[in-house]
Design a protein around this ligand. Structure first.
Ligand code: DAH
Length: 339
């Protein structure tokens, strides 16, 4: 029995030292130390030994078990560190290699300008609301005092889904939607896409963006309109920016005005940039027409208000001195990267 035990020890030591994988190691552990293992099998036969032999063999069996356990622990630790070393080697990075350049994106000039405009109006207590781009004839024209065949529709030919559904030509439609759903006081701006069936050139595009503004309350006058727009323009173009209101006609405002800013190039003197006008036309505005208020269930004897519609492309082009509108839509990184 002693020889058997010594044989087990030798064989186990040999097999364990040759073992190079965790699952093989586990198999060896079961083979030698498991319930049905070789050592256990021998211990089971100890009943047949004499009283003198039993403690001697028992001691030897314990020592063999201990040797095997130690060897297993040793191999297991060695295997783990070998594995870790191999993994480390596989994952080494050469920190001296040049890195991959990360290009950080930035906001499109139209988005940047719109964000600024929103901030300015939020600061004055306005809310930002949205309206649908696919709009009914009613909201786009009819409710704005532009019945079918009204000549003012001529400049706003658009894409018809059917006789009564169009791609909106102006964000002014949101004025009506807002007044129908909210009681005064109202202070909103509504930015968004608008569509017209215009051919593409340096200043026209069948898709562009407007920012509508609407204020309705008791005692609102043209002076409020003037002050609001002046503040907007001074924030956008600098504190010395001056605006000018010129009489105009829109069917949904009375009186109506076109709003110009003093040319930043010549400060009103007249130069090629402002076509010798001294001023550059920026937007349309006016006092909301009593008929429009009435149509939305607001009593024009009690409330008054102003509205305006700004072309986002136009103010963006003015700020960055962009001469051709098409550049804003072509997504050429050489162009966009400059802002
Ligand atoms: N809707 C006009 C346009 O597209 C701009 C405009 C003019 C908006 C006067 C207004 C306004 O709210 O009062 O040309």
């Amino acid at each position: 029995m002693k020889e058997q035990l010594e044989k087990i020890r030798q064989l186990a030591e040999k097999e364990l030292s040759e073992c190079s994988a965790a699952d093989v190691l586990e198999n060896l552990r079961v083979k030698y130390l498991g319930k049905k293992g070789e050592l256990t099998a021998i211990l089971k036969q100890m009943g047949g030994l004499s009283a003198e032999e039993r403690p001697v063999v028992g001691q030897l069996a314990n020592s063999v078990r201990q040797t095997i356990e130690e060897k297993i622990a040793e191999r297991s630790a060695a295997l783990k560190s070998e594995l870790a070393a191999a993994k480390l080697k596989m994952e080494t990075i050469d920190v001296t290699l040049p890195g991959k350049k990360q290009t950080v994106g930035k906001l499109h000039p139209l988005t940047a300008t719109l964000n600024e405009v929103k901030e300015i109006f939020l600061g004055m207590g306005f809310e930002v609301v949205e309206g649908p781009e696919v709009e009914t004839d009613h909201y786009c024209f009819e409710a704005l005092n532009m019945p079918k065949h009204h000549p003012a529709r001529d400049t706003q030919d658009t894409f018809y889904i059917n006789d009564n559904v169009v791609l909106r030509t102006q964000t002014s439609s949101v004025q009506i939607r807002t007044m129908e759903n909210k009681k005064p006081p109202i202070r909103i701006i509504s930015p968004g896409r608008v569509y017209r069936s215009d051919a593409v050139d340096a200043t026209h595009s069948p898709l562009f963006h407007q920012i509508e503004g609407l204020v309705i309350d008791k005692g609102i006058t043209m002076a409020d309109l003037n002050g609001t727009l002046e503040l907007l323009m001074q924030r956008l173009y600098g504190e010395d920016c001056k605006i000018r209101l010129r009489p105009h006609h829109f069917p949904y405002t009375e009186p109506s005005a076109e709003v110009d800013i003093m040319c930043f190039n010549c400060h009103g003197e007249g130069c090629p940039m402002c076509k010798n006008e001294g001023y550059i036309e920026l937007l349309g505005a006016g006092m909301v027409h009593p008929k429009v208020l009435e149509g939305c269930g607001i009593d024009p004897e009690v409330y008054s208000g102003f509205a305006f519609g700004i072309g986002l492309e136009r103010i963006t082009m003015g700020r960055y001195e962009i001469k051709d509108m098409r550049l804003l839509y072509e997504n050429d990184m050489r162009f966009l990267g400059q802002f």
